[in-house]
Ligand binder design. Structure first.
Ligand code: ZN
Length: 137
């Protein structure tokens, strides 16, 4: 698998993953998060900044990949989408660190980070620790 090549526009995203932050574009004028990455807010055309988000959300969809499409990802693996807690209509494509049998629509999940042997980091989502006290999170 070839490593991503950050550009000036995407470097904050990749640097965020290394720093264990999930960063998405944010409009300081109207407060909306945007993803995939864009340079201008599609609503007010304000230049977008990068902002770390909580990394918590809920599963919106998923599927099991059973054929090899992406070098470095050995099937079977689970891909899908997560709506962020900060803005549920902002949906991130992702892989999951939990099996499809443990997934359900609306399942609370949180981001996890993985370091590649070649020195770049990627994100995935896993189930929120069910033993965690929700009053303390
Ligand atoms: Zn805006």
């Amino acid at each position: 698998m070839s490593a991503p090549v950050p550009t000036a526009e995407t470097r904050p995203f990749w640097d965020g993953l290394k720093a264990r932050e999930l960063r998405v574009r944010w409009c300081s004028a109207c407060g909306r998060l945007e993803h995939p990455r864009a340079l201008l807010c599609p609503r007010c055309l304000n230049p977008l900044d990068w902002r770390p988000v909580s990394g918590r959300g809920r599963v919106t969809s998923w599927t099991v990949v059973r054929r090899s499409f992406v070098p470095g990802f050995a099937p079977p693996y689970v891909v899908g989408a997560v709506g962020l807690d900060e803005q549920p209509d902002l949906v991130l494509d992702t892989t999951f660190d939990i099996g499809a049998d443990a997934l359900s629509t609306g399942l609370p999940v949180e981001v996890v980070f993985h370091d590649d042997r070649r020195g770049f980091s990627r994100y995935a989502f896993t189930a929120v620790d069910s033993g965690r006290n929700p009053l303390l999170t």
